[in-house]
Write a protein that binds this ligand. Structure first.
Ligand SMILES: [Fe+2]
Length: 258
């Protein structure tokens, strides 16, 4: 299964990792999805690579196999099997079918294009475009592959993975979903508490070492450099809140504590 998993650009065979499911659940909740939408999303994500079972069977038969092209059919095989089992909603089935489709039409199996819009509200989908819930699984899948792929020589940290996805593949993924994922998997999630171990230069004038702050906003260009609001001094005393954009500082060392 390892070879097929890698060829499909997926990390862990037919299953999705628990970590990816957690990310998906948080993304769904941030979008304010209903219970039924969350259920469609979770089932589609959980079964997204089910079709690899068929590819594994086919390639185990005697004879030569064009594995690279065959593996591109795993979304279709998975879709057909799950659809015919009547155990998943049509949306979950489409998630399985479309989880390798990309915004610019370079994905597979159908080469559908995305509209690069937020996956919320009443969505009138243009014919031939990707379902928005499938786009969420696509983004979670590529992130999962970079961070948790046991077959990869180097697994990236969540921040490194997001950096790579944002830098190199903007035309491939739904940007609204990428932005949401950035907020979820950041080293310093928004609204979390951090201790300033060292902060030199930038928009602040005082020495703030050992002060406490709340993360106000992520900087999508550098997830290590959020905007923070300093709220307590190094003795734990409340101070007048001070907004600090750490992206302009010379040295930043923050410790996530909550
Ligand atoms: Fe896949």
């Amino acid at each position: 299964m390892a070879k097929i998993a890698l060829l499909a650009g997926d990390g862990v065979g037919p299953e999705v990792t628990a970590e990816a499911l957690k990310v998906l659940e948080r993304a769904g909740k941030q979008y304010g999805f209903s219970r039924s939408e969350l259920s469609d999303l979770a089932i589609g994500a959980f079964l997204h690579d089910f079709g690899k079972v068929v590819i594994e069977k086919l390639t185990s038969l005697p004879g030569d196999h064009d594995v690279e092209n065959l593996v591109k059919e795993h979304p279709t095989f998975g879709y057909l099997i799950v659809r015919d089992s009547n155990n998943a909603s049509p949306i979950s089935c489409q998630i399985i079918n479309q989880h390798h489709e990309l915004q610019n039409g370079s994905g597979y199996p159908a080469g559908l294009e995305g509209e690069n819009k937020s996956p919320v509200g009443r969505i009138k989908r243009k014919k031939g475009t990707i379902y928005r819930l499938a786009e969420i699984v696509t983004v979670a899948n590529v992130y999962d592959n970079l961070v948790f792929n046991p077959y990869s020589e180097k697994q990236l940290s969540p921040t490194e993975a997001m950096k790579r996805i944002l830098e190199g593949k903007k035309k491939l993924y739904n940007m609204d979903i990428l932005s949401k994922l950035t907020k979820i998997v950041s080293a310093y999630p928004e609204a979390s508490m951090v201790r300033i171990k060292r902060l030199v230069g930038g928009s602040h004038s005082n020495v703030l070492d050992s002060y406490l702050a709340v993360v106000a906003k992520n900087n999508e260009k550098n997830l290590q450099r959020p905007v923070i609001i300093v709220i307590k001094d190094k003795y734990g005393n409340k101070i007048t809140p001070q907004v600090v954009d750490t992206s302009t500082a010379k040295i930043v060392d923050l410790e996530l504590i909550l």
